[in-house]
Structures are given as C-alpha cells and as structure tokens.
Ligand binder design. Structure first.
Ligand code: 2AM
Length: 184
C-alpha cells in the first residue's frame, strides 16, 4: 500500500486462552501439511474487509464502528457467544481455517450492520460473501487433517475492533486502530 493508504478491516479478536488453543491447532496443521501457521497474536475473525482506503477516511470508519457498537449494545448482541465447530480448507487460496458449521445470526447481524454503516459513509466492501472464519494456516498445499476431537471451541466476544494490516516478509502485522468494548 502507498503511504497515504491503509489496508483496514473490522474483526473479532479472541482472548488469550482461545487464541492459545487456536494457535496450537494452526501449528499442528502446518506441521502436518506445510504452509505458514498464523501466529497466536494475529488470529482473528474478520467481520468486514475494507481493503486499501485513504488515511483521511479512517475517522469516518471509526465513526461507523462507534455507531454500530452503540446499536449492538442497544440490541443486547454482546456478549456474542458462538462455537467454532468446523474445519475448512479453501483450495483456491490455500487457506486452512476454522469456522461455524451453521450460520450464527448474531455474527451475520454484526457483519451486516458494519457493512451498512460503512456503506452509508461511501465505502464499498470487497464483495467476498461473509463466511465467518479464523484463518489458521496460509499457503497450506492441501487440506490438513482435522482434529475434530478439539472441537467445539467456545467464543465469547465482548468487543470488536478496527484493524490496520501491514504486510512484511513473514506475513502481516495488525495494528488496532480502535476497539469498542461493549461490556462494562
Ligand atoms: P483471510 O484470513 O480469509 O485471508 C486481513 O487480511 C483480513 O481480511 C483476513 O482475515 C482476511 O481473510 C480478510 N480479507 C482479505 N481480503 C478479503 C476480502 N476480499 N473479503 C473479505 N475478507 C478479506
């Protein structure tokens, strides 16, 4: 990205204990088939991906996040509880991931609310359909063996964040631009 632009997205970040479990799964998968396991501190679930946006538009995105956080609190969406109960693999981009077997209404509701709020502010989301997932391994040449016995992993999300992604040789580092705690 050029210096005046930032690659940004809204996401849920797992708390330490869950991140630890996810990282262990990622490492086991990468050890089995190859590819690059996501580091513990980078594991997340993307809610809305903006792509490269001009830096001067970041305040509008923060405003959108703030508005959605308020709406979600009003509708008692948080804490948002769901289970990761399904291993998946996408051949086309060689991603091994963990997600939800059946759609979680509250997650889709939150993603939709963010899409609407940024849409109202003139942002276009990249058009990939929303499939809630946590990428575990990038560049996995084949689907890793599934450790079904490790499932389900319970997630209790109390906040969501706006992140900036900076790519570097080893992958990407994520910087939290804003975080909306939705629980006191
Ligand atoms: P991925 O893990 O499935 O690649 C930062 O790159 C985050 O944004 C990652 O979670 C990534 O998902 C997601 N992302 C990248 N491009 C995207 C797109 N076009 N649509 C939705 N999410 C995307």
């Amino acid at each position: 990205a050029s210096p005046e632009r930032a690659r940004v997205f809204f996401a849920l970040w797992p708390e330490a204990a869950l991140a630890e479990r996810l990282a262990a799964l990622a490492e086991a998968q990468a050890a089995a088939v190859g590819g690059r396991a996501m580091a513990r501190e980078t594991l997340h679930l993307t809610l809305a991906f903006l792509g490269d946006v001009p830096l001067e538009t970041l305040p509008a995105l923060q405003e959108a996040g703030h508005l959605v956080a308020r709406q979600q609190v009003m509708h008692h969406v948080f804490p948002l509880e769901f289970s990761l109960d399904h291993f998946g693999y996408w051949q086309h981009n060689h991603l091994a991931w963990i997600g939800c077997r059946t759609p979680v209404a509250a997650l889709h509701g939150l993603a939709d609310a963010l899409a609407a709020a940024v849409g109202e502010r003139g942002f276009a989301l990249e058009s990939r359909p929303f499939v809630p997932h946590v990428t575990l391994v990038r560049r996995a040449p084949v689907a890793p063996p599934c450790r079904e016995e490790a499932l389900p992993l319970y997630w209790r999300a109390t906040d969501f964040a706006l992140l900036r992604s900076r790519r570097h040789a080893g992958g990407a580092a994520y910087e939290t631009l804003a975080r909306w705690p939705v629980e006191g």
